[in-house]
Design a protein around this ligand. Structure first.
Ligand SMILES: NC(=O)c1ccc[n+]([C@@H]2O[C@H](COP(=O)([O-])OP(=O)(O)OC[C@H]3O[C@@H](n4cnc5c(N)ncnc54)[C@H](OP(=O)(O)O)[C@@H]3O)[C@@H](O)[C@H]2O)c1
Length: 291
């Protein structure tokens, strides 16, 4: 018969704890997505949300080390600040200058950026050809850095235009993209409506849409056969997506990137193939995939 010591030893050796850190964190869909994957594959692990305010990151990371967390995701506002508390960084993190996933390798924290992979997957799944493509990115925050980094792996892109409310941040991102070999330029936000018809791929990497704001681009300024990639995932139908639908543009939804970046993190942590269908279902519920 097993004694308590054996049982606790077994629990320790199989049970693993994961989390997402950020502030605010209540809205995060990651616990639902990862817990559904653990359950589906019968993996003895749990994923929780852990709110760490901006000025408490150092002590928050110490706590995660003390409890020997197996891995965690990182979201606003820590994606850049976290880097100095990690022991190692993989190429995606170094190249993008931000981290959204951390793996605990026998006490050493290793940082990755799975947004770089997650952004590109929906485009690759649609077999998008980037040759001579003109791309417009709205925003210059953490997500936009991962997106520009992701695009830098693709061949043949003609031009990437960054449009951001704060010019200095936009110009910094242009510098980042140019260093990675992209033909990048900055455009002031006041020129938005005049230029959007020139683009084959438009990415909204701002948080406009989260609060149901008016779309940053009206329907008449979206090219019919262009691709509109919305990275805001809640609500699923932002006003930008509704406008893109009006002109029959191709749409990529924010939840697609969310699932792909989560699947990559899951595979880094567990070494198992992520059950993408289950993870997607946990987000979309009974309503299924939007058309
Ligand atoms: N689908 C996914 O997997 C995924 C992954 C990562 C992030 N996201 C989503 O992407 C969004 C951006 O995330 P982030 O990490 O890049 O955030 P962030 O670092 O805080 O950057 C926010 C960006 O939005 C701009 N912005 C915010 N409010 C604006 C407004 N009212 N008007 C114009 N510009 C505005 C900011 O411009 P300024 O520079 O001028 O402040 C900045 O460029 C969030 O909604 C996040 O949930 C989705």
């Amino acid at each position: 018969m097993k004694g308590l010591k054996d049982i606790t030893h077994e629990m320790k050796s199989t049970f693993k704890l994961y989390c997402v850190i950020g502030d605010p964190i209540d809205h995060s869909l990651s616990p639902m997505m990862h817990n559904s994957a653990f359950k589906f594959l019968k993996i003895d692990s749990t994923y929780i949300s852990y709110r760490i305010p901006k000025n408490e990151l150092k002590s928050g990371i110490e706590t995660l080390r003390n409890i020997d967390i197996s891995g965690f995701n990182v979201t606003i506002p820590h994606k850049i600040a976290i880097m100095k508390y990690l022991d190692r960084l993989d190429e995606s993190a170094i190249r993008s200058g931000a981290v959204n996933t951390v793996q605990n390798l026998r006490g050493k924290f290793m940082g990755y950026n799975t947004d770089v992979y997650g952004f590109m997957q929906p485009l690759h799944k649609r077999k998008i050809n980037f040759t001579n493509m003109n791309i417009l990115i709205l925003g210059a925050g953490g997500a936009a850095y991962a997106i520009v980094t992701s695009l830098s792996y693709e061949k043949g892109i003609s031009e990437v235009t960054i449009l951001n409310r704060s010019q200095d941040k936009g110009l910094d991102l242009v510098k980042h993209g140019s260093k990675l070999g992209l033909n990048c330029k900055f455009q002031k936000i006041s020129y938005l409506s005049n230029i959007t018809l020139n683009y084959d791929l438009i990415v909204n990497a701002t948080s406009i849409g989260l609060k149901n704001e008016v779309s940053p681009i009206s329907a008449k300024y979206i090219k019919k056969d262009s691709i509109v990639y919305e990275i805001v995932y809640r609500p699923i139908y932002t006003n930008l997506i509704l406008n893109a639908k009006q002109v029959n543009a191709r749409i990529i939804y924010g939840y697609e990137m969310l699932v792909e970046q989560g699947a990559k993190a899951f595979e880094i942590w567990t070494g198992r193939k992520a059950p993408i269908k289950t993870m997607k279902q946990s987000l979309l519920g009974v309503f299924g995939e939007p058309k």
